[in-house]
Write a protein that binds this ligand. Sequence first.
Ligand code: NDP
Length: 434
Amino acid sequence: LRRNAGETEFHQAVEEVLESLGLVVAKHPQYMDNALIERICEPERQIIFRVPWVDDKGQTHINRGFRVQFNSALGPYKGGLRFHPSVNVGIIKFLGFEQTFKNALTGLPIGGGKGGSDFNPRDRSDGEIMRFCQSFMTELYRHLGEYTDVPAGDIGVGAREIGYLFGQYKRLTNRYEAGVLTGKGLIYGGSRARTEATGYGAVYFVDQMLKTRGESLEGKRAVVSGSGNVAIFAIEKIKEFGGKAVACSDSSGYIVDDEGIDLDLLKEIKLVRRERISEYARLKGAGAYFVEQGVVWDVPCEVALPSATQNELNGNDAATLIRNGVVAVGEGANMPCTPEAVRLFQNANILFGPAKAANAGGVATSALEMQQNASRDSWTFEETEARLAAIMRRIHDSCAETAEEYGAPGNYVLGANITGFVRVAEAMEAMGVI
Ligand code: NDP
């Protein structure tokens, strides 16, 4: 704790994994040798840098950039960039730590990393976003490479930002190294289904969990928090599976539409016009309403997919959801449920899919993008989505089998933590003290 003073989210993420490891260490005492667990908790490298940029009025701003290269035992560092005013080193470290185990769970050759900036992209013009991205990459490029570190998007970083970042990387290195970033546009090396992958993957995971109880999404009411990349495509897949997403949110409040969210309208507002979620209720009219600063978890549902940000669903929210009859919760965002909320879900025997497993579809598809770039190939949407679905099934099954093996059937938190940890630990052990 003293080594990482004030890094609350990082402590929370490490504690959650360490709680699961007692059983592993009892079975494999060698993991206590050579400070393996301590090494796994220490990032290999952290880079913090100045990002100066000039706004449209000619005024200069300074933001802070971060890249935490957490673990490269299984492959190049891989993980998104987040642009949000709340970003600090503790948040990036928690995300990088989680990412290491998540990436291990995909079974693909990728290590863990994360980065970003405290830059707030809200209400910034295209030109300002471009200049910021260019300045950010002007420092970061020297730390990246398809065999070294491969960033992607996260909160505040979508296809537009990845385009500006890639353009600057190409310019600085004079190399067309497509595999250095993922989440690229289709015209210059992106993968089909990458945009949809995290949201779709989370729904595949929930579907797999429901199947273990002989249930499905058919006819179920769902609530999804956020209305960004993950949330939008989770809502889309819920509909394809026969469910009905009735509410979603942003940081200003939530909307409810009992007819089921109109996806075309939602995409138009969020992806094209980049407006607030309240616009949905205004444009949809009858049947839909907006609750300013409301808590979306107050809306009754059977399936909940927190897909906005960390610690957005607390113990009170979990109790409300349980009272209202929730049967399954899948974490679309990273660590959206507080430890108390997770305990309540587990004690109430609610199916609970932790982020490491449930939202791994995004990074898995990023790894598929890297495969396509390496072979200078481009797969169809159907082929890529079929691979994503198979990966999500494998992740689900390996978590379920590990939970069973360690005497806690149905405990996906334990299953995900142990499976991810053992894969990273075995690779590190094989490589000596690194
Ligand atoms: P986006 O930026 O596309 O969307 C984020 C959404 O969450 C927005 O609607 C935003 O609302 C809302 N939000 C953010 N912060 C808060 C807050 N403090 N309170 C309430 N709402 C908030 O991000 P993504 O959809 O890409 O990411 C969402 C989550 O999913 C993050 O935890 C991310 O780490 C995780 N994730 C994303 C992956 C991806 O492929 N994109 C992969 C795996 C995990 P507003 O606009 O008002 O801020």
